[in-house]
Design a protein around this ligand. Structure first.
Ligand SMILES: [Zn+2]
Length: 254
């Protein structure tokens, strides 16, 4: 049975029976993978501390599948992100990012950019205090990487460049900004200012080391919070479990 090795992040983990675990990885070389780790609840030698949510591990697995699951042979810890386990906000943010990737990507489709992006954002949450901007920046970068990036510089309907000082709306179903002329004031349209659109464009252009310094205005946070998660939900056809939790967290905070 051929054995494969790759770096991987742990997106999700469930107990299975008395001793096993079913683990969802996002790997560097194979994209998303689901595997069964036999005896993971008991074997410290083969899995040890590596079997922890969000951890970056060196994974070895056998490709022979059992019910669509690869057989996990061994996991060794490469990088842990301890702050993601210490406080509810970084944990909530990390869980949202992991669930987004889990839901938006297909199994066994290699996408190195996405693996690297997730490592970078887990590191960011580990090193810096959590800020809501990270969620919006992550959403924009993921949409861009997967080819769903909304149109933010031209009206999606008439294709004209957006004029300064005018009112715009973000249309979920039309996939981007519409000018006042093309807006139908529909239920799926949300007001958006030019300042917010500029910040969202920077969110996927900026190099990762500058992200911790990108600050959204209160208005930009409020506007993007309204339509970006809904835009993602529209593509997924369902609401993420963690987004309900994040909403509750926001309500409790204000
Ligand atoms: Zn237009």
């Amino acid at each position: 049975m051929p054995e494969h090795k790759t770096s991987a992040l742990i997106l999700d983990m469930k107990d299975f029976g008395e001793t096993d675990r079913i683990v969802t990885f996002y790997t560097s070389n194979f994209g998303k993978l689901k595997g069964i780790a036999k005896g993971a609840k008991k074997s410290q030698r083969r899995f040890g501390a590596a079997m922890d949510l969000f951890s970056c591990v060196s994974l070895s697995f056998f490709s022979k599948e059992i019910h669509g699951l690869v057989m996990v042979n061994q996991c060794q810890i490469q990088q842990a992100f301890p702050s993601l386990h210490k406080d509810i906000i970084p944990m909530g943010y990390g869980s949202y990012m992991a669930e987004l990737i889990n839901e938006m990507t297909a199994e066994r489709v290699e996408h190195q950019d996405i693996f690297e992006m997730l490592v970078q954002f887990f590191s960011l949450l580990d090193r810096f205090p959590p800020r809501e901007e990270y969620l919006r920046i992550f959403e924009m970068r993921l949409l861009f990487a997967l080819g769903y990036c909304p149109s933010l510089t031209r009206c999606v309907a008439c294709k004209k460049e957006l004029e300064k000082g005018k009112d715009f709306r973000f249309s979920i179903s039309r996939g981007g900004v519409v000018c006042a002329f093309c807006s139908n004031n529909g239920k799926d349209e949300y007001s958006v200012s030019q300042g917010t659109l500029k910040l969202l464009q920077q969110a996927y252009i900026l190099s990762i080391d500058k992200i911790s310094r990108l600050i959204f205005s209160t208005q930009a946070l409020a506007e993007s919070r309204e339509f970006l998660p809904r835009f993602i939900q529209y593509h997924l056809g369902k609401e993420l479990k963690t987004s309900k939790f994040l909403k509750k967290m926001e309500n409790d905070r204000f």
